[in-house]
Design a protein around this ligand. Structure first.
Ligand code: ADP
Ligand code: ZN
Length: 608
């Protein structure tokens, strides 16, 4: 290339990446995706949460003439996304039902006079004939369809309006379209391609691994206490999400945490809309808050610095588990996915499924999903390998960042014990619950045992060499793995599959029961700074964080929009003495340098 050749798309893209975002390189295939769109092509992008999807459409919107239109179902997030872009000096606005009539007119006027680089639109607003006409009358850079899995009925977030987006291909034939999602199963992908007319578009599929998330699963003892110990030991001062099944346990757990010095807010469908909105706002804007929630919470939680997601109740599928835990660590920093579960939970889920009035074929699908989740829980192998394998991705453990890899659990062969448990269930008529079966195995002479005459059974007391805890573990695993079924009144019965155990074809391996914490990484009371922050940089990091908090409050925006933790940590470690040096830090673009550069240098000047 000669010196006089015009800059290539990728050279232009790289220079904008540095100037606007302050990043020095693309992640993964962002560069290719940007070039594809900049050249007028379409694309489908499958990337996990936190992978960096937004840049894939934001940057080409700046490269191409006209406005980039971003379709998103997450109305609550649009304000923050627009605020974040404005902090970068990008001209952005949104159109959705939260705007007043005047607000809408203002945005439309800006659009007509070419004053916007990016426009976020809710699908129902976009599909109004008036909006479509307006968009036809102005130059468009591209359409980005975010959360594109919402077009699919098979997904968990189906939005009927999304199916209407099929009109874009016809009415805006020359405008490139990019669909993005973090949900990648085959069926959903096929739906996205056909509804949005992207059959011929190149697909960019990233690995769904989230290497910064540490997966841990363990037995439930006293859940709230375990949770508190976990937060105190590893995440005090951090933002986190705790998932519970019922409103009651949400309320209880939030109150318990708050009483014990961990500020926590409840969130569930029983709260009024404004109450929920407020909880969500506070979670996004304040540092170090915990939200205790039912699964209703989360879609649209785009907070990058959620440090842990805890499950006090089991999700119903691996899909749910992965989506919920995926809300941790979008910023790429070390985070924890922590879950406890017990015999009661397993029996409950199994029973709910068998009692469900749903048609047989639905029950079969749900049953298979639950099976997968439970065998993941019981597994002694690498968790990451289990998760990615479930989603069809080959991954060879050990990953070094899950409980089973960090300290491989002892596994005991207890086939004989499993046979005893089966025999106890069968001989008592396949209708007693776990507590009673345990009593029989241990040889406890309770009233119930005596009344039923179970003290005369040959199984009575055969398991006395183990304690109650071990038997509960054995029974839990047997229900999880489908050797025992949970039916009416929580009664356990031997299943056809149990024949494998009785005939000794399959060994029964029980994993040791400990929910091991990782090493106690940091001092109590300090919110977690990025893991690689040198100790000497701590005071500067804290000072910057405090300054950032004040800025955020003054402007009424989330703190991470000002400068995110990674950027703050890099500044604290480098301690630049000039604006020129500060501008070399990843995450400090031209606009932020102009707006905050001097203040940051002043803050650093006061730290000794
Ligand atoms: P997604 O939408 O895929 O969940 P985001 O677009 O929110 O992810 O990006 C996740 C994080 O990664 C953000 O903090 C973003 O600023 C950062 N990021 C994205 N691309 C880059 C890059 N090329 N270099 C550095 N950081 C990046
Ligand atoms: Zn592992």
């Amino acid at each position: 290339m000669t010196a006089s050749a015009p800059p290539t798309v990728s050279a232009q893209a790289l220079s904008l990446l540095g100037e606007v975002w302050g990043y020095d390189q693309f992640r993964w295939r962002q560069g290719e995706i940007v070039s594809q769109l900049a050249a007028g092509g379409n694309a489908l992008v499958l990337m996990p949460t936190g992978g960096g999807k937004s840049l894939c459409y934001q940057l080409p919107s700046l490269l191409r003439p006209g406005v980039g239109v971003v379709v998103s179902p997450l109305i609550a997030l649009m304000q923050d996304q627009v605020d974040a872009l404005r902090q970068l000096g990008v001209r952005a606005a949104f159109l959705n039902s939260s705007l007043s009539a005047d607000g809408v007119r203002e945005v439309e006027a800006a659009l007509r006079s070419g004053e916007l680089d990016l426009l976020y639109v809710a699908p129902e607003r976009l599909l109004m004939e008036g909006t479509l006409r307006l968009l036809e009358s102005v130059p468009l850079a591209l359409f980005a369809i975010d959360e594109a899995h919402c077009v699919s009925q098979w997904g968990h977030d189906f939005r009927p309006e999304y199916q209407g987006l099929g009109v874009l291909a016809g009415r805006f034939a020359g405008v490139p379209r990019i669909a993005l999602t973090a949900t990648a199963d085959e069926r959903t992908r096929a739906d996205i391609l056909s509804v949005l007319g992207l059959q011929d578009a190149p697909q960019f599929t990233a690995s769904f691994d989230r290497p910064n998330i540490q997966y841990r699963v363990g037995p439930k003892d006293s859940a709230k206490r375990q949770l508190l110990d976990f937060i105190r030991a590893e995440h005090s001062g951090d933002a986190g999400i705790v998932y519970c099944l019922s409103r009651r346990s949400v309320e209880d757990t939030a109150a318990f945490l708050t009483e014990n010095g961990v500020p926590a807010l409840p969130y569930h469908a029983g709260l009024s809309h404004p109450e929920r909105q407020r909880a969500q706002e506070r979670f996004l804007r304040e540092d170090g808050l915990v939200v205790v929630a039912t699964v209703a919470f989360g879609m649209g939680i785009d907070k990058p610095d959620v440090r842990f997601v805890a499950h006090l109740d089991l999700p119903k599928s691996m899909e749910g588990y992965y989506q919920e835990t995926g809300r941790a660590g979008r910023d790429g920093e070390a985070s924890t996915a922590w879950m406890v579960y017990g015999l009661g939970d397993v029996v409950n889920l199994r029973r709910m499924l068998s009692d469900s009035p749903a048609p047989e074929w639905v029950k079969r699908i749900e049953g298979a999903k639950l099976d997968a989740l439970l065998s993941y829980c019981e597994s002694a192998g690498c968790r990451r390998e289990g998760i990615l394998g479930y989603f069809g991705e080959e991954y060879q453990g050990p990953c070094g960042n899950c409980d089973n890899c960090i300290s491989p659990p002892q596994v005991r062969e207890l086939t004989r014990e499993a046979q005893m448990a089966l025999s106890a269930a069968v001989r008592t008529g396949n209708r007693y619950g776990a507590a009673h079966l345990t009593d029989v195995l241990l040889g406890k002479d309770t009233d119930k045992v005596r009344q039923a005459g179970h003290h005369t059974l040959p199984t009575f007391g055969v398991g006395a060499q183990h304690d109650e805890r071990t038997w509960r573990g054995i029974l839990r695993q047997m229900v999880s793995l489908g050797y025992l079924a949970a039916g009416e009144h929580y009664g356990l019965s031997a299943t056809p599959k149990s024949r494998e155990l009785l005939q000794g074809e399959t060994p029964f391996l029980l994993r040791e029961e400990v929910l091991r914490p990782t090493s106690n990484r940091r001092a109590k009371g300090k919110a977690s700074a990025p893991a690689d922050l040198p100790a000497a940089a701590q005071p500067a990091f804290e000072a910057l964080r405090q300054w950032r908090g004040e800025q955020a409050r003054e402007q009424g925006v989330p703190a991470y929009i000002i400068l995110d933790n990674k950027t703050l940590a890099a500044i604290a470690a480098l301690r630049p003495g000039s604006l020129a040096t500060l501008s070399t830090v990843s995450g400090v673009g031209a606009k932020k340098l102009e707006q905050y550069g001097q203040a940051v240098l002043d803050v650093l000047g006061e730290v000794d």
